[in-house]
Structures are given as structure tokens and as C-alpha cells.
Design a protein around this ligand. Structure first.
Ligand code: ADP
Length: 394
């Protein structure tokens, strides 16, 4: 079964064509900077690697470009759009209705649209990807995998806010949790690695967006993000936790509009706000040259992760392993070192030389006498989506 995975973001479309059940990746690619005259198209198969810059005005034009590459007589991998059996779409917010992988119909699309109020940066672009894919791949089954789905198991005591009850009951206001596909994938890999199903894990996803999940016996039981993917850890451009009274102060006393505050919290804060840089590689480089803002930002970032580890260890009354994943978690030995420093009380100790080794494989970076394992597990959200689509359709 040929499954095309589409992750349609606000200015990009990432895609992978995966053959199931063999899990063979036939092709990987992306189109970035959609809406500009110099959008970048990347396309890679076993035999070919092509990067080109074009004008790509819309998501529709982007998906048409992807289709023409897939069908290209020389470098393509398909003869017809009908060779795609199913498309797996990543959608960020599934709200209270969707905690499972779901076949797309008109009702599902209209609910995704409605849920855009909860994830305005993500859901509209995700929906656009679905509508375009339906137009182009008319015979393929269209399936959606929600980022919130894995957190459907978080108990009410953990996900409910201390607000008047009717907001929970009538308006669905509670913590949903995000990055579920990634946390599910790496926690299952950790259980395989540990040869155990009944485990207490803390999964730390550190990319542009960052989140941390407590996973007991394979189920998400608490998560650092909430109603929207904005709170919890310090992220690339998002502030993570703040005291909500600050918003009223900004508006009522400092004269900001609500939209300005929203923009500030989501796009100008986090590591960018603290350092002037968004990419962690630049921040590490600056820190190594003595940039005090960068040194402090790295410490603040690690401090918040450490507090969450303490909280989740208490929640689960124990811990078997912590997992680092995503761009920063998989690649930044410095961030892992800052997080794992002096955690003897929690029974884990980093082996510095193992931490410094680079690899694309699952690895254990704790000392041999560390009771709690420290694992680095490369995430693979596309493969997880392909697995879920395949399971649903079979
Ligand atoms: P997204 O949330 O967009 O999927 P990624 O998981 O790709 O993000 O992570 C992006 C982050 O990973 C960036 O901040 C980047 O700086 C960081 N990153 C990638 N490689 C390295 C590296 N070698 N060292 C430190 N940080 C890295």
C-alpha cells in the first residue's frame, strides 16, 4: 500500500511516500516559503536528489508541484495519481471529538475548520492540505492523524483547568496536549528497547515547538502543553508558561492590542526573544563565545525541563527512562547535559562521552550504574502516521 504523508503548515508542505507494511520510504520532500517568489522545493528518492527554487504562490500550487515531481518521467516514482492508495494528513488540533485516527469526510473537515479557533496557526493550513489533496488524488483514501489524539488518555484531574465547570462541560476548555504522534512513536520505541510494556517514561520533544509528556504503561497521563500549543516549555519563538495576568497588564497598562500580545507570545518570545536567535545552533555558538543572554537562555530552558521531570516523576511515583527527541533533543548534547546535570536524587546520571557521540540510531547515554535510563530516540512522525493509516484501513 502506497501511503503519502502530508504535513501542511502555514508556509510549508512536508511530504513522504511510504510503502506499507514494509515501511520503505520511497520519497521524501518539502516545499518551504510558500507564497513567495523563491520557495524552496526539496525532493529525494533513492536515486535522485533535487533542490529547486520556484515561485509558488499557494498551497495548491505547492501540491501540484509535488505531484508533478512524483509523476515525472525521469525522476518520478509514480505512473499515475491513482498509484497512491491513501493519504495521511497531520492535523494539529482534534479537539474533544477526535482521539483516534479518522477517515476524512465532510463532517470531519467541518470540525477541523471549527477547531481552527483553538489552533489558528496550524489547523487552517492542515485543512488546506486536505482539500487540495482530495482534488488531486481523487481515488486515494484520505485519513487524518491528530497531534492531540495520543493525549486522549490524560485523566480529568490533570487536564481540567480550575475554571467554572460549564467552560469544561459546554465549551471543551481543558488541556489537550500536542506532539502526540512523536511522543507515541518514541515511547513505543523506548518500551521495545527496554523490553517492557509497563513503564514510567518522560518523553522530551525539543524542536521548534517543545513539549514534555508523562507516559505510564504506554498511555499519556500528563503533558506540558495545554489548550493550545503555546504553554509549558520555552520554545523557539513561543514563551511557554507565563502568568496570564501579564496579558492584562500589557493591554490595560502598556497599551498593547490583544493581537500584538498574541504575536509577541507566539512569534517573538521564547529563545528568539531571549537571545535574538531562533536556531539553537546559533545560540550554542554565541554562548560558547561568552554571549551572556545566550548562556542564560540555555540555562532557563533546561531549568524548566528539569522542573517538569521532577513533577512527572512525582505524578508517576517513579521513572524508568527519560527520552530526548526532535531536532534539539536528538542533536544538542549541550541541552541534554544541562537537563541531566545533578539529577542523582532522581537516579539518573549522564555519561558525557556517550552523550557526545552523534548517531541517527536509538542510544542510551546514561552511565552503567544509572538506575533510570537516558535515551535519545530519533522521532519519525511520518512513519507513525503511515502505521496508523495502514492499521485503520486494514
Ligand atoms: P520542528 O518543530 O520544526 O519539526 P525540529 O524538530 O526540526 O523542528 O527542530 C528544529 C530545532 O533543532 C532548531 O532549533 C535547530 O536549531 C535544532 N537543531 C538541529 N540540529 C541541531 C544541532 N546539531 N545542534 C543543536 N540544535 C540543533
Amino acid at each position: 500500500m502506497n501511503i503519502l504523508i502530508i504535513n501542511s503548515g502555514s508556509s510549508s508542505i512536508k511530504y513522504q511516500l511510504i510503502k506499507m507494511p514494509s515501511k520503505k520510504v520511497i520519497c521524501v520532500g518539502s516545499i518551504e516559503r510558500i507564497g513567495s517568489t523563491d520557495a524552496i522545493s526539496n525532493y529525494k528518492t533513492d536515486a535522485n536528489k533535487v533542490e529547486k527554487i520556484y515561485e509558488i504562490a499557494s498551497h495548491k500550487a505547492g501540491l501540484e508541484r509535488i505531484t508533478s515531481l512524483l509523476l515525472d518521467a525521469e525522476i518520478g516514482v509514480l505512473k499515475s495519481t491513482e498509484d497512491i492508495d491513501a493519504i495521511g494528513h497531520r492535523v494539529v488540533h482534534g479537539g474533544a471529538d477526535y482521539t483516534e485516527t479518522t477517515l476524512i469526510d465532510e463532517e470531519v473537515k467541518s470540525k477541523i475548520k471549527k477547531l481552527s479557533t483553538l489552533a489558528p496557526l496550524h489547523n487552517p493550513a492542515n485543512l488546506q492540505g486536505i482539500v487540495m489533496a482530495e482534488e488531486i488524488f481523487t481515488t486515494a483514501k484520505q485519513v487524518v492523524v491528530f497531534d492531540t489524539a495520543f493525549h486522549g488518555t490524560v485523566p480529568v484531574k490533570a487536564k481540567k483547568y480550575a475554571l467554572p465547570n460549564e467552560l469544561y462541560e459546554n465549551d471543551g476548555i481543558h488541556a489537550y496536549g500536542f506532539h502526540g504522534t512523536s511522543h507515541k512513536y518514541v515511547s513505543e520505541k523506548a518500551n521495545e528497547y527496554l523490553h517492557k510494556e509497563n513503564t514510567k517514561l518522560i518523553s522530551i520533544h525539543l524542536g521548534n515547538g517543545c513539549s514534555i509528556t508523562a507516559i505510564k504503561d504506554g498511555k499519556s497521563i500528563d503533558h506540558s502543553m495545554g489548550f493550545a500549543p503555546s504553554n509549558g516549555l520555552i520554545m523557539g519563538t513561543r514563551s511557554g508558561d507565563i502568568d496570564h495576568s501579564f496579558i492584562y497588564y500589557m493591554v490595560n497598562t502598556l497599551g498593547y492590542s490583544l493581537d500584538d500580545v498574541n504575536e509577541l507570545l507566539n512569534k517573538k518570545s521564547g529563545m528568539l526573544g531571549l537571545t535574538g536567535f531562533n536556531d539553537l545552533r546559533d545560540i550554542e555558538e554565541e554562548a560558547s563565545n561568552g554571549n551572556a543572554n545566550c548562556i542564560l537562555a540555555l540555562e532557563m530552558n533546561a531549568y524548566r525541563i528539569r522542573k517538569c521531570i521532577g513533577a512527572y516523576t512525582a505524578t508517576m511515583n517513579g521513572l524508568d527512562a527519560i527520552i530526548f527527541t526532535a531536532g534539539i533533543g536528538e542533536n544538542s548534547s549541550l541541552m541534554r547535559q544541562l537537563v541531566c546535570k545533578d539529577m542523582g536524587y532522581f537516579n539518573f546520571q549522564l555519561d558525557d562521552s556517550k552523550n557526545d557521540l552523534r548517531s541517527k540510531k536509538i542510544r542510551e547515554i546514561n552511565t552503567t550504574d544509572s538506575k533510570v535510563k537516558i535515551l535519545v530516540i530519533p522521532t519519525n512522525e511520518e512513519l507513525e502516521i503511515a502505521k496508523q493509516v495502514y492499521e485503520l484501513l486494514n
